[in-house]
Write a protein that binds this ligand. Structure first.
Ligand code: ADP
Length: 285
């Protein structure tokens, strides 16, 4: 695939054909490279929890452990199994999206309920890390979609917002505790027929040069920038959000200022009211 057809510079049909074929070869090579990188990254990420499980098993097999130690080792193993499971689920979802099989079930789902549930779930985590989640104008609205997938989008965005805001405000003196805020809102634009969810934070922000890449697979901004040690991640969260929102015929985007904060927005078409569907005149077949 590294070879390309030579051009004769005659500007004739043969040259045009060669240019077209070379272009196709470039695209195939890029595609294969992308697949190769994906596989290599996935294998690398899978190896980390596997290695941790292996070392816990080795310690457990060594003689003279107390039952308290066994319990601790088993708890560690369960945790690593959970992260393996989550990683495998993320990879499966991306594989479905690649094969264009990430279909949205035709289920009427309350987006406002999904957003509220996610906020309620993350509020204790935020408080524990000295942050607040504030919600504004969560307009009730219904979309056609997969509740679990939409919940996953909210979970990923809130998890990141909390993680990368705590990373800015975490310090041992607790001086800044309470200054970190994550704001969530849900507006409905009736004219455009769109629901828009906004999740913004005043965390570490994303430097301009990294911003265009954050929805790429396995992309992570330099982890050393954040002070907290618990900022680890796979770099898959945002590309999963994008895959899910695309499957819902919506759009997702981000704006950010380094060291000031980040805002994610996604839109999804709102569902037609049931009354308007029932009232639609029957069409003759
Ligand atoms: P990760 O598992 O690393 O969080 P994501 O795909 O969710 O992966 O995010 C990709 C990268 O984008 C993160 O590693 C981080 O550098 C950056 N990022 C995402 N959300 C935020 C945020 N709210 N504030 C600052 N940086 C963020």
């Amino acid at each position: 695939l590294s070879e390309r057809l030579p051009l004769r510079d005659a500007g004739d049909e043969l040259d045009h054909l060669a240019i077209t074929i070379n272009g196709l070869l470039d695209r195939i090579a890029d595609y294969l490279q992308e697949k190769h990188d994906f596989l290599a990254n996935a294998a690398h990420e899978l190896r980390t929890p596997l290695a941790a499980i292996r070392s816990s098993v080795e310690v457990a097999l060594s003689k003279g452990r107390s039952s308290a130690e066994y319990e601790e080792l088993l708890a560690e193993m369960i945790e690593e199994c959970a992260s393996l499971e989550s990683l495998v689920n993320q990879l499966l979802l991306l594989a479905e999206s690649d094969a264009d099989r990430l279909r949205v079930s035709a289920e009427r789902t309350s987006l406002s309920d999904v957003v509220k549930t996610a906020i309620d779930m993350f509020q204790p985590v935020a408080e524990f890390r000295g942050l607040r989640i504030e919600s504004y104008s969560l307009t009730p609205c219904t979309v056609i979609g997969n509740r679990l997938h939409l919940r996953q989008v909210m979970n990923n965005l809130l998890d990141n917002a909390i993680k990368f805001t705590a990373a800015r405000y975490d310090d041992e003196t607790n001086e800044n505790r309470g200054s970190g805020v994550v704001r969530v809102s849900l507006f409905v634009n009736e004219e455009k027929g769109l629901a828009e969810v906004v999740v913004s934070d005043n965390g570490i922000g994303i430097p301009e040069k990294h911003l265009p890449h954050i929805f790429e697979r396995f992309y992570r901004v330099d982890r050393k920038r954040s002070r907290g040690s618990s900022v680890g991640g796979t770099g898959l969260g945002l590309c999963i959000c994008a895959a899910i929102i695309n499957a819902h015929h919506g759009e997702i985007s981000a704006t950010s200022r380094d060291n000031e904060g980040t805002t994610f927005r996604f839109t999804i078409p709102i569902a037609k009211p049931l009354s308007s569907i029932a009232a639609a005149p029957a069409t003759a077949v």
